[in-house]
Design a protein around this ligand. Structure first.
Ligand SMILES: Nc1ncnc2c1ncn2[C@@H]1O[C@H](COP(=O)(O)OP(=O)(O)O)[C@@H](O)[C@H]1O
Ligand SMILES: [Mg+2]
Length: 237
């Protein structure tokens, strides 16, 4: 397996504020990694650093062996990094279809069918306004729009946050299908730890901006003590 993302000794934050220290991370092409930890430990900041949305103070981020540390957000997106922010980035005043069209980036309109195949709910609601959608549908739309850019690396920030269990199942199934069919690599930040550990074979735990644990997800799932200490839920979700 070739290495897709390689992060070495990353220090990053916002302006003078340092959030992440000495982060090392590696993800192969088509690989999956779960990133877990309590609120405020720096999970979002790590995804933002990969996307170019946080300030890097040291270290390196490589994609396909190329140092992208100084690349703009647009350059990183064009190189195949797709980011689905925690805030569900959709245009509420536009319809589902118009939202998706905004993600096409020069691809033919027929590519929208990929999104509708993955999320049939969006096909049913293609003419509904973004603000009329449920939280789960908004999340699907946010994910679908990013996917239309055909990323090789997908950064998902708490996609299940605030969603009903049945919708979580539907979303996780879609991610599973997507990863299998497209071979996209996924870095998944998720507080619903059980879902994250089931999806990704490896997991990393962050605490106060540092990696405090890294292991096979299956092994970590059994360590209720560690999950309680690091995440505070003992894998309750
Ligand atoms: N835009 C920002 N400017 C300054 N500090 C920020 C900003 N965003 C987040 N932080 C701080 O960075 C730390 C990590 O936040 P974040 O990466 O969002 O954590 P998590 O996603 O794990 O909940 C927190 O202390 C938070 O207050
Ligand atoms: Mg966050």
């Amino acid at each position: 397996m070739t290495e897709l993302l390689h992060i070495e000794n990353l220090t990053a934050g916002y302006g003078a504020i340092q959030v992440l220290q000495s982060i090392n991370l590696s993800l192969t092409s088509g690989g999956r990694l779960a990133l877990i930890g309590r609120n405020g430990v720096g999970k979002t900041t790590l995804l933002k650093a990969v996307m170019g949305l946080a300030d890097m103070k040291g270290g390196q981020i490589k994609l396909d062996g190329l140092d992208i540390s100084k690349w703009s957000v647009r350059e990183r997106a064009n190189a195949g990094i797709g980011y689905v922010p925690q805030t569900r980035d959709i245009f509420p005043s536009l319809t589902v279809e118009e939202n998706l069209l905004a993600g096409l980036k020069g691809r033919p309109r027929s590519a929208l069918e990929e999104a509708y195949a993955l999320f049939p709910r969006l096909a049913e609601r293609r003419n509904n306004g973004g603000q009329q959608l449920s939280g789960g549908e908004q999340q699907m739309l946010s994910v679908a729009r990013t996917l239309l850019g055909q990323p090789r690396l997908l950064l998902l920030d708490e996609p299940l946050e605030g969603l009903a269990p049945i919708i979580c199942i539907e979303l996780m199934r879609a991610f599973e299908l997507l990863a299998q069919e497209t071979g996209v690599a996924v870095l998944l930040v998720e507080q619903k730890v059980e879902n994250a550990l089931r999806f990704a074979p490896r997991a990393m735990v962050l605490e106060r901006g540092e990696v405090v644990h890294e292991s096979d997800s299956a092994a970590l799932t059994l360590r209720k003590d560690l999950l309680e200490r690091f995440v505070g839920v003992a894998g309750a979700h």
